[in-house]
Design a protein around this ligand. Structure first.
Ligand code: FE2
Length: 176
Protein backbone atom coordinates (compact mmCIF):
# COMPACT_ATOMS: atom_id res chain seq x y z
CA UNK A 1 0.00 0.00 0.00
CA UNK A 2 1.44 3.39 -0.90
CA UNK A 3 2.40 5.74 1.86
CA UNK A 4 -0.31 8.33 2.48
CA UNK A 5 0.68 11.61 0.92
CA UNK A 6 0.69 13.42 4.24
CA UNK A 7 3.09 11.06 6.00
CA UNK A 8 6.43 12.77 6.52
CA UNK A 9 9.01 10.64 4.69
CA UNK A 10 11.64 11.17 7.39
CA UNK A 11 9.65 9.48 10.16
CA UNK A 12 10.11 5.77 10.69
CA UNK A 13 7.06 3.56 11.01
CA UNK A 14 6.34 2.77 14.64
CA UNK A 15 8.35 -0.09 16.05
CA UNK A 16 6.35 -3.07 17.29
CA UNK A 17 5.20 -1.92 20.69
CA UNK A 18 6.07 -3.55 23.93
CA UNK A 19 8.13 -6.57 22.99
CA UNK A 20 10.08 -5.96 26.18
CA UNK A 21 7.41 -4.40 28.30
CA UNK A 22 8.36 -6.00 31.57
CA UNK A 23 11.75 -4.33 31.19
CA UNK A 24 11.28 -0.95 32.80
CA UNK A 25 13.60 1.63 31.28
CA UNK A 26 16.78 1.82 33.31
CA UNK A 27 17.40 4.98 35.31
CA UNK A 28 20.72 6.81 35.06
CA UNK A 29 22.32 9.87 36.56
CA UNK A 30 21.27 13.28 35.26
CA UNK A 31 24.89 14.39 35.37
CA UNK A 32 25.87 17.99 36.08
CA UNK A 33 24.26 19.74 33.12
CA UNK A 34 20.49 19.55 33.62
CA UNK A 35 18.66 22.87 33.39
CA UNK A 36 15.01 23.15 34.53
CA UNK A 37 12.24 25.13 32.84
CA UNK A 38 13.22 24.30 29.29
CA UNK A 39 11.14 25.57 26.37
CA UNK A 40 8.38 23.29 25.11
CA UNK A 41 9.47 22.20 21.65
CA UNK A 42 9.75 18.95 19.71
CA UNK A 43 12.58 20.32 17.58
CA UNK A 44 15.82 21.48 19.15
CA UNK A 45 17.07 22.63 15.75
CA UNK A 46 17.83 26.31 15.42
CA UNK A 47 19.25 28.24 12.49
CA UNK A 48 22.73 28.02 13.98
CA UNK A 49 22.61 24.33 14.90
CA UNK A 50 25.51 22.47 13.31
CA UNK A 51 25.94 18.72 13.08
CA UNK A 52 24.32 15.61 11.70
CA UNK A 53 20.57 15.77 12.00
CA UNK A 54 18.87 13.13 14.11
CA UNK A 55 15.17 12.35 14.36
CA UNK A 56 14.25 10.25 17.39
CA UNK A 57 10.81 8.70 17.51
CA UNK A 58 9.30 6.40 20.10
CA UNK A 59 6.56 5.76 22.57
CA UNK A 60 6.07 5.99 26.29
CA UNK A 61 4.28 2.90 27.59
CA UNK A 62 3.49 1.22 30.89
CA UNK A 63 4.69 -2.25 31.83
CA UNK A 64 1.28 -3.44 30.61
CA UNK A 65 1.90 -1.91 27.21
CA UNK A 66 -0.59 0.85 27.73
CA UNK A 67 0.38 4.08 26.00
CA UNK A 68 1.17 6.87 28.41
CA UNK A 69 -0.53 10.00 27.21
CA UNK A 70 0.79 13.46 28.11
CA UNK A 71 4.02 12.08 29.49
CA UNK A 72 6.62 14.80 29.89
CA UNK A 73 9.82 14.18 27.93
CA UNK A 74 12.63 16.63 28.67
CA UNK A 75 15.73 16.18 26.51
CA UNK A 76 19.14 17.79 26.81
CA UNK A 77 22.41 17.07 25.09
CA UNK A 78 25.81 18.33 24.02
CA UNK A 79 26.30 20.08 20.71
CA UNK A 80 28.33 18.55 17.90
CA UNK A 81 31.53 19.70 19.63
CA UNK A 82 30.59 18.00 22.91
CA UNK A 83 29.61 21.20 24.69
CA UNK A 84 26.48 21.89 26.74
CA UNK A 85 24.77 25.24 26.83
CA UNK A 86 24.68 25.94 30.56
CA UNK A 87 23.50 29.53 30.21
CA UNK A 88 20.61 29.19 27.81
CA UNK A 89 18.49 26.44 26.32
CA UNK A 90 20.40 25.45 23.20
CA UNK A 91 19.73 21.73 22.55
CA UNK A 92 17.31 21.58 25.45
CA UNK A 93 13.55 21.21 25.30
CA UNK A 94 10.55 19.38 26.62
CA UNK A 95 7.46 17.96 24.97
CA UNK A 96 4.52 15.71 25.79
CA UNK A 97 3.60 12.34 24.35
CA UNK A 98 0.40 12.18 22.32
CA UNK A 99 -2.68 9.98 22.80
CA UNK A 100 -0.75 6.95 21.53
CA UNK A 101 2.17 7.70 23.84
CA UNK A 102 4.23 8.72 20.82
CA UNK A 103 6.82 11.44 20.57
CA UNK A 104 9.24 12.77 17.96
CA UNK A 105 12.39 14.71 18.75
CA UNK A 106 14.26 16.59 16.05
CA UNK A 107 17.83 17.29 17.00
CA UNK A 108 21.43 16.53 16.03
CA UNK A 109 23.81 13.71 16.85
CA UNK A 110 25.60 14.97 19.98
CA UNK A 111 29.37 15.19 20.06
CA UNK A 112 31.24 13.49 22.81
CA UNK A 113 33.26 15.00 25.61
CA UNK A 114 36.08 13.59 27.71
CA UNK A 115 35.14 10.58 29.77
CA UNK A 116 31.79 9.89 28.15
CA UNK A 117 30.54 8.11 25.09
CA UNK A 118 27.95 9.76 22.85
CA UNK A 119 24.60 10.13 24.69
CA UNK A 120 21.38 12.09 25.01
CA UNK A 121 19.93 12.92 28.44
CA UNK A 122 16.24 12.61 29.15
CA UNK A 123 13.70 12.91 31.93
CA UNK A 124 10.39 11.13 31.39
CA UNK A 125 7.40 11.59 33.66
CA UNK A 126 3.87 10.28 33.41
CA UNK A 127 1.33 12.77 34.78
CA UNK A 128 1.59 12.95 38.57
CA UNK A 129 4.14 10.16 38.72
CA UNK A 130 7.82 10.09 39.65
CA UNK A 131 10.40 11.30 37.16
CA UNK A 132 12.54 8.74 35.35
CA UNK A 133 15.96 10.21 34.58
CA UNK A 134 18.03 8.34 32.02
CA UNK A 135 20.34 8.57 29.02
CA UNK A 136 20.15 7.17 25.49
CA UNK A 137 23.09 5.73 23.57
CA UNK A 138 24.18 5.13 19.99
CA UNK A 139 25.02 1.66 18.70
CA UNK A 140 28.43 0.98 17.23
CA UNK A 141 30.27 3.68 19.18
CA UNK A 142 33.82 2.74 20.13
CA UNK A 143 33.40 4.77 23.31
CA UNK A 144 30.49 2.70 24.62
CA UNK A 145 32.69 -0.08 26.00
CA UNK A 146 34.98 2.44 27.73
CA UNK A 147 32.16 4.38 29.42
CA UNK A 148 31.35 3.19 32.94
CA UNK A 149 27.86 4.72 32.81
CA UNK A 150 26.92 3.19 29.44
CA UNK A 151 24.15 0.58 29.54
CA UNK A 152 23.30 -1.39 26.42
CA UNK A 153 19.63 -1.54 27.44
CA UNK A 154 19.54 2.16 26.64
CA UNK A 155 20.80 1.80 23.07
CA UNK A 156 18.61 3.45 20.47
CA UNK A 157 18.05 1.78 17.13
CA UNK A 158 19.66 4.08 14.58
CA UNK A 159 19.62 3.93 10.82
CA UNK A 160 20.45 6.25 7.97
CA UNK A 161 17.52 8.17 6.54
CA UNK A 162 17.21 10.38 3.49
CA UNK A 163 19.29 13.53 3.11
CA UNK A 164 21.86 12.42 5.65
CA UNK A 165 19.40 12.41 8.56
CA UNK A 166 19.89 9.69 11.16
CA UNK A 167 16.64 8.02 12.21
CA UNK A 168 16.53 6.68 15.73
CA UNK A 169 13.89 4.91 17.76
CA UNK A 170 13.51 4.23 21.47
CA UNK A 171 10.49 3.27 23.58
CA UNK A 172 10.36 4.21 27.23
CA UNK A 173 8.71 1.72 29.59
CA UNK A 174 7.59 3.27 32.87
CA UNK A 175 6.83 1.34 36.06
CA UNK A 176 3.10 2.02 35.94
FE1 FE2 B 1 26.04 14.33 29.32
Amino acid sequence: MPRPADTPPHVLPPTPACTDADDVTVAQTAGPYFTPNTPERASLLEASTAGTRLTLTGRVVSTRCQPVQRALLDFWQADDKGEYDNRGFRLRGHQFSDAQGSFTLETIVPGFYPGRTRHIHVKVQAPNRPVLTSQLYFPGEAGNARDGIFNQKLLMKVQDGPAGVKLATFDFVLAL
